[in-house]
Design a protein around this ligand. Structure first.
Ligand SMILES: [Zn+2]
Length: 507
């Protein structure tokens, strides 16, 4: 059913030949391109509408209503395009079916987004969905609402071409991908709604065959009793464990001029981090300013939380205040944890979990968020490692490291690495679909990110990031160039026709 052969090695000069039973169908590249072009404007409009709905995943899931509103809009649009669509799993997930056939391919996408962060860092408001300079701007434009639009309008293009597929295609739109708990997909899995094979449109082309492990852990230091005169208090910073924090603050009971001299000394050695200081309640509030980025690539940004901790520790040491922040408080022990146990290492070396795999690369450690509450101080970590380093080993290393400081480790999410043979026939089918549209012969990729592909066996990540396009994702100024949306639609049309097969094609 999925067998086909190419009329020509160069698709651009020929046609995509798809056989079903005794029939062979030709789908022309020009035909696919034309159908894609006709779907582009509605896809842009839908994407703009969806970006404007703040479907943010945060710690308390405070945007649940926005997520439902977005899913309802996606379902309405899918129905308008002639598909069957419904919400399942307590309105957490939208299911869209191309037709009434049993689905043989599943396409997993997510409608939730990480928080926008500091609005000042955006050239256009994060939930504007504005079309400026040939791109749709806003949080989620690329991750992952653009791929939702590309997938849906790829199906619309197939339908518009009058093609009947040899099997069903099911799009599954989740809403809690970014919290890595994936309660949405756990529910869909239990309902038995997931086809045996498919892809998630939430990473990069040509295809992702390996993903590192993923651990979100909270390291907590609690106060048994509040200190009457703490030296440090009110740690705060970051927005999510898997984002590099661009801003962090802490209150310090020290003379402002002294702390300012520490800041200057530290900045001379670390020019990428900035500091600000403000007098506050017989002490100073210190702010570190770094650079946001994705937590899977801690070196791509500047971590405001760990730099703040290291600046204070280095300053106290150089200014003969060695040990002066070690008052046993939760805030003081957090400082020790962040500056000494984590320090400047983002490869896990300080925790003894640094591993390197020839294809998958090295361990990464990101401190994404720090929060002070009535119980104490909580540091949110995101750690990823290649095959050969299990999530159990990572947890054990953390527990051992914080034990001397009486710290507690809570693992919130843990997923072992994903590895699919890059020569797997399904993987190769996806690669060929991509290569017919993009002149890029890179081999399948290995990434540090975790996608829904880990949720079910038989899935890999396929698109929609492109070669040489470094779109800001999980950072300010996220946007999706319209040209990439267009390419994405064409590639997904090709991949669906190739992997599902065609039963009937009108000429
Ligand atoms: Zn995503």
């Amino acid at each position: 059913m999925k067998k086909f052969r190419w009329a020509s090695r160069c698709f651009w000069l020929g046609a995509l030949w798809l056989s079903f039973g005794n029939s062979v169908f030709a789908v022309d590249a020009i035909q696919i391109q034309a159908a894609t072009d006709r779907q582009l404007q509605p896809a842009i409009t839908a994407l703009q509408t969806w970006v404007a709905i703040p479907s943010v995943t945060d710690a308390t899931d405070s945007h649940r209503a926005d997520k439902t509103r977005l899913l309802l809009d996606i379902v309405a649009e899918a129905k308008r395009l002639g598909f069957q669509a419904r919400l399942v799993a307590d309105q957490q997930v939208a299911i869209i079916d191309f037709d009434q056939q049993e689905p043989v391919i599943g396409i997993l996408v997510h409608a939730d987004v990480v928080p926008a962060g500091e609005e000042a860092g955006w050239q256009h408001p994060p939930f504007s969905g504005l079309l400026v300079d040939g791109a749709v701007w806003g949080r989620g434009a690329a991750d992952d609402k653009g791929p939702i639009a590309a997938t849906l309008y790829a199906l619309a293009a197939i339908k518009e071409m009058g093609i009947k597929l040899a099997g069903g295609v099911r799009v599954i739109v989740g809403t809690s991908e970014e919290n890595m708990r994936w309660n949405d997909f756990v529910a869909v899995g239990k309902l038995g709604l997931v086809p045996a094979q498919g892809w998630t449109a939430d990473a990069a082309f040509p295809v992702v065959h390996a993903e590192k492990s993923f651990i979100n852990a909270v390291v907590s230091f609690t106060d048994s009793r509040p200190l009457s005169a703490p030296l440090l208090d009110d740690w705060a910073g970051g927005t999510a464990p898997n984002s590099i924090p661009a801003r962090a603050t802490v209150w310090v009971r020290r003379d402002g001029d002294l702390v300012a001299s520490w800041m200057t000394a530290y900045s001379e050695l670390n020019p990428r981090v900035g500091f600000a200081i403000e007098e506050k309640q017989d002490g100073v509030q210190v702010t570190a300013l770094g650079k946001a980025g994705h937590g899977s690539r801690p070196d791509s940004g500047v971590n405001a939380i760990t730099h703040l901790a290291r600046m204070l520790t280095a300053g106290a040491k150089g200014g003969n205040f060695a040990g002066s922040f070690t008052d046993g408080s939760a805030a003081g022990r957090t400082l020790q944890f962040l500056s000494k146990i984590i320090g400047g290492a983002t490869d896990g070396g300080s925790l003894g979990i640094d591993r390197t795999h020839s294809v998958m690369g090295s361990t990464t450690v990101n401190v994404g968020q720090v929060v002070t509450d009535s119980e104490g101080v909580h540091s949110y970590l995101n750690i990823r490692g290649p095959i050969g380093l299990s999530t159990a080993q990572i947890e054990a290393a953390l527990v051992e490291a914080v034990a001397p400081l009486s710290g507690r480790v809570d693992v919130v999410a843990a997923m072992d690495p994903l590895w699919v043979d890059p020569d797997d026939p399904f993987v190769q089918e996806l690669v060929s679909s991509y290569r017919r549209w993009v002149d890029d012969d890179r081999a399948p990729l290995s990434i540090g990110g975790t996608t829904y592909a880990k949720a079910f066996p038989g899935y890999v990540a396929f698109g929609m990031g492109f070669l040489d396009e470094h779109l800001p994702v999980h950072a300010p100024n996220e946007r999706l160039p319209v040209e990439l949306l267009q390419k994405g639609i064409a590639i997904y049309v090709d991949a669906i026709l190739t992997t599902v097969g065609v039963r009937e094609a009108s000429q």
